[in-house]
Design a protein around this ligand. Sequence first.
Ligand SMILES: NC(=O)C1=CN([C@@H]2O[C@H](COP(=O)(O)OP(=O)(O)OC[C@H]3O[C@@H](n4cnc5c(N)ncnc54)[C@H](OP(=O)(O)O)[C@@H]3O)[C@@H](O)[C@H]2O)C=CC1
Ligand SMILES: O=CCCC(=O)O
Length: 333
Amino acid sequence: MRSTFCCHLNLSPVMIMKGFSAPISSYVSPRAQAVTEPPARIGFLGLGIMGSPMAHNLLKAGVDLTVWNRTKSKCDPLISLGAKYKPSPEEVAASCDVTFAMLADPQSAVDVACGKHGAANGMGPGKGYVDVSTVDGDTSKLINGHMKSTGALFLEAPVSGSKKPAEDGQLIFLTAGDKNLYEAVGSLLDIMGKSKFYLGDVGNGAAMKLVVNMIMGSMMASFSEGLLLSEKVGLDPDVLVQVVSQGAISAPMYSTKGPSMIQSLYPTAFPLKHQQKDLRLALGLAESVSQPTPIASAANELYKVAKSNGLSDQDFSAVIEALKSKFQHSETK
Ligand SMILES: NC(=O)C1=CN([C@@H]2O[C@H](COP(=O)(O)OP(=O)(O)OC[C@H]3O[C@@H](n4cnc5c(N)ncnc54)[C@H](OP(=O)(O)O)[C@@H]3O)[C@@H](O)[C@H]2O)C=CC1
Ligand SMILES: O=CCCC(=O)O
């Protein structure tokens, strides 16, 4: 498999820089010809922790945006800023040229794309569907099949980066699927992100995202062990965070999440239930190619314990609680 890193200044079909405020116009069907203009009317389905700021950034950039969310109240802040609203994914897709979706998991991604009043019912030739949710490759291929059967184009584009990068337009898009659609939406991805990778066939973006999050889940579990061990042997865990942050294993998540973890606080940026979902999907991916993943498997067990102790909606750094004795006891009850 060859992959290409696409610098967003070189490959974006239209140079829309952050802060762009002119209206986007002249959608050219990706089927009809090489795309030189971004699509005009954009839909956004799923306004959770990630979808809301991503949609907000599109709106701030002057994009003609139509939104939908299962819980309608989450649409209201965007509507008050000028977004249009439709009461179903089908109606969003029917009224837009390209529709983005940011859903919780494989089941919700399929329901919203392919279910009753799902987006596929509003799709057709000249339209595109970009799924930025984190799902497995099979789910992505299923959605691709539904979209293509309507004549529409499909791109999977899961993101690396959490709540703050979403707010700051600093996400990393891991895209795969229709190259024309990738080029058509390049300027929109550039509004929401700092870089984008085009990885070829549908499934490769999902696989890349799952590998990245498998590593991240294991890193957080290992960091949790280190914090608790340092404390038990009489070290100051705040100093541990400083030491880690200055050395070869430094990672932003240690310095940003470490101080609150030490205080047993887990303000949600990336819900723990989603991290466990990603580990589960990554382990399935590994199994499909007989790749041993003992570290990720062990980490997954910890996230499962944390989930069963009511921490699903806390930040994934709450996995540290699964290593504290009261939770280990409740696991073995
Ligand atoms: N948070 C993060 O740091 C990151 C998350 N991701 C991934 O992005 C995706 C979204 O994450 P995030 O925004 O954090 O999650 P949230 O839980 O905040 O949002 C989930 C969204 O999915 C919707 N949804 C859930 N179930 C259904 C359903 N059955 N039918 C219709 N809509 C449904 C929710 O609607 P409702 O509001 O009605 O509940 C909400 O809009 C996930 O796949 C996650 O793994 C990727 C990168 C970073
Ligand atoms: O899927 C969530 C990823 C969170 C991150 O990249 O910081």
